[in-house]
Design a protein around this ligand. Structure first.
Ligand code: ATP
Ligand code: MG
Length: 337
């Protein structure tokens, strides 16, 4: 189930948003155009915003969480630089909110092992995993995400396309909980996709923090140029916008179009027969120009690490109060207290 930003614009007070990211590295252009811009837009419409730094979820496919605390602050830095207002948003780490995690037990009882095994995003992540064995968390983290979303009763989740199966899991959990315990504790949340629900990385697969194919938001202009220069394209000198037939070239065209607020077909037309080199020069300029103000804000905000920690501390406090209240409701509905 998906909704559109126009629908939200008509009734912003009806919505509450939760979304988040794993602290596995700095945010990239896929995050920015896939979900982060929508978070900011929704907040500007007056919708209440919750953002989870999904630190427990790092354990899904890592032996050692790679400096998760430092990465959490980096995420906050990216959020604030992109325009999230920390005074109105609740930004928290889920390991700091025990009652949220406790929801996982009743939620896991509501889905079957067969359902967990059918999740196409989980299958794709296993295929790209560099680990020798697949952890149990790989199959259950979508249910953990249901706890992230439902602890604050969010009904709107701005995400990339890879998250749609997980959101279906959340809807299933909410519906089954309400049915099994004859209650109306949880809403069935809807996804909000952007114009770039699946931005490709420099190797032509989904841009991901952990695949070494990302263009970080906070990269310097030179590094951005280098990364784009190394992106996979094809040999056809005529640049066209054809996401199905020419996914790599089209993802670059889309990137430029999003940065410039133009139609992708018009961008492709302008580059014409210039080939991949002209396309890459165009994209590099568009990205660097679009991100210049964000990067300047980011550099400014990075000077005050204590502020980033304060934002998380305040968010954790607020999230704990809500999670405690929801867990009480859940336990009551289940006849446990
Ligand atoms: P990792 O490789 O560690 O899983 P990731 O790059 O996939 O990192 P996540 O933290 O898993 O990032 O995803 C956070 C959010 O960003 C999700 O809503 C996801 O859908 C969105 N997102 C991530 N990558 C892209 C992309 N390439 N295009 C659009 N949205 C994306
Ligand atoms: Mg991911």
């Amino acid at each position: 189930m998906q909704t559109s930003i126009d629908l939200v614009r008509r009734h912003p007070a009806r919505y509450r948003v939760l979304t988040g990211d794993r602290p596995t590295g700095p945010l990239h252009l896929g995050h920015y155009f896939g979900t982060l811009q929508n978070r900011v837009r929704l907040q500007q419409l007056g919708v209440e915003l919750f953002v989870v730094v999904a630190d427990y979820q790092v354990l899904t496919d890592r032996d050692l969480a790679d400096r998760p605390a430092g990465h959490a602050e980096e995420l906050v830095l990216d959020y604030l630089a992109a325009g999230v207002d920390p005074d109105r948003a609740t930004i928290f780490t889920h390991s700091a909110v025990p009652a949220l995690n406790q929801l996982l037990l009743p939620f896991l009882s509501l889905v079957s092992v067969a359902e967990l095994g059918r999740n196409p995003t989980v299958k794709d992540e296993i295929a790209h995993s560099r680990q020798g064995s697949v952890s149990g968390l790989m199959f259950t983290y979508p249910v953990h995400q249901a706890a992230d979303i439902l602890f604050c009763k969010a009904n709107l989740v701005p995400v990339g396309q890879d998250q749609l199966p997980h959101l279906e899991t959340t809807r299933t959990v909410a519906r089954r909980f309400n049915d099994r315990y004859a209650t109306a504790v949880f809403p069935e949340p809807e996804a909000l996709l952007s114009e770039a629900p699946l931005l490709l990385g420099t190797d032509g697969t989904k841009m991901s923090k952990s695949r070494g194919n990302a263009i970080p938001l906070g990269a310097t202009e030179d590094r951005t140029a280098r990364l784009i220069r190394g992106a996979t394209t094809d040999a056809d000198r005529r640049i066209t916008y054809d996401p199905v037939g020419r996914p790599e070239v089209s993802s670059l065209v889309l990137l430029a179009a999003l940065c410039q607020g133009r139609e992708p077909a018009a961008v492709a037309e302008e580059i014409g027969s210039g080939g991949a080199a002209a396309l890459k020069r165009h994209v590099t300029e568009a990205v660097n120009e679009h991100l210049r103000p964000l990067r300047a804000r980011r550099a400014e905000l990075a000077k005050d690490r204590a502020h980033l920690r304060d934002v998380l501390r305040a968010g954790n406090e607020r999230a704990n109060a809500l999670a405690d209240a929801t867990l009480s409701e859940v336990r009551h509905a289940m006849g446990m207290g």
